[in-house]
Design a protein around this ligand. Structure first.
Ligand code: SF4
Length: 303
């Protein structure tokens, strides 16, 4: 049996968790929380590209059974969907939350209570979906939650337009990284996630740092995730996600044993119909080719 204590507990005991929350909170004065680098003062009500304020806004929080099996287990992943997004893909399936801003503002104390409620009903982890733009609130809420008994793993479920320096600040706080790898070509990134032309370099640097921090996925005797890196790769039609280059990157620069979920569920949503190349679902052939490429390049832990 693997003994597990989330790293954030020791960090809290040393006072460093609160220090990180303070350092992140200071960034709201001139926001550089993500690679957009808007430098707006969110404490004064200025809005950057994500349109998020300085109080956290969530659209829902519940046990989720549609995530990867090691996150779901028997009781579900304690998923907290955060409102707004810093990547803003034009084909987003959750566009009403990410682009539309649907959700309710809550205090950091209330967010801590939500985390504890999910733990208390048996969720195996706390899974923050699109967390980057609310990191100061999330880490402050984690301080409050730890003081009141939080001890399940924290999952950082991100679109991966994350600054390297910010990811470094999460060392010892995040147990499970669940990043997307959306694009490998900057021209494509800029077209479908407007302005994010540097996504490939930004995401690769973030993925390497995540891998350095938590390494390969570790699970308990029931195959429930405890810590590690789990990458999602949504295969886009017409090869737009750059699958071969992505799997080569994982094999060569991370580790061929990295847990990778090659995802087939692309459906045109939001403004996808404005782009003929994105206006259909994935074919079986396209998906199978993606799996063949992953295996050809040696990936052996496919979700
Ligand atoms: S988190 Fe939002 S405001 Fe801050 S840099 Fe990113 S997009 Fe801009």
């Amino acid at each position: 049996m693997i003994e597990f204590e989330p790293a954030y507990i020791k960090l809290h005991e040393s006072g460093k968790l609160q220090e990180t929350a303070n350092r992140l909170n200071a960034l709201y004065e001139s926001c550089t929380l993500c690679a957009r680098n808007c430098k707006v003062n969110r404490n004064q009500g200025e809005k950057g590209i994500c349109k998020a304020g300085s109080r956290v806004k969530i659209s829902s929080a519940h046990p989720h059974f549609g995530e990867e099996r090691p996150l779901v287990g028997r009781n579900g992943s304690g998923t907290i969907f955060l409102t707004h997004c810093n990547l803003l893909c034009l084909y987003c399936q959750n566009w009403d939350i990410s682009h539309g801003g649907e959700g309710d503002e809550i205090s950091d104390q209330e967010l801590a209570s939500v985390m504890l409620r999910l733990q208390n009903i048996g969720c195996h982890n706390i899974n923050f979906v699109s967390p980057t733009h609310y990191l100061p609130n999330i880490i402050q809420a984690t301080v409050f939650a730890v003081e009141n008994g939080l001890r399940v793993p924290i999952v950082y479920n991100t679109g991966t337009y994350d600054q390297l320096e910010i990811v470094k600040m999460l060392d010892g706080i995040v147990d499970i990284y669940l990043p997307d790898s959306k694009y490998i070509d900057g021209t494509i990134a800029k077209k479908y996630s407007p302005g994010a032309g540097d996504y490939p370099e930004v995401a690769k640097a973030a993925l390497k740092e995540m891998h350095r921090q938590v390494g390969l996925l570790q699970t308990d005797e029931n195959n429930i995730a405890l810590w590690g890196l789990m990458i999602r790769h949504l295969v886009l039609p017409n090869g737009l996600a750059g699958t071969e280059e992505f799997v080569k990157f994982v094999a060569d620069e991370l580790n061929p044993g990295t847990y990778v979920n090659i995802m087939a569920q692309y459906r045109p949503a939001y403004k996808a119909h404005q782009f003929p190349e994105l206006s259909r679902g994935l074919t079986h052939t396209e998906y199978n080719q993606a799996l063949v490429l992953a295996r050809k390049h040696g990936l052996y832990n496919l979700g």
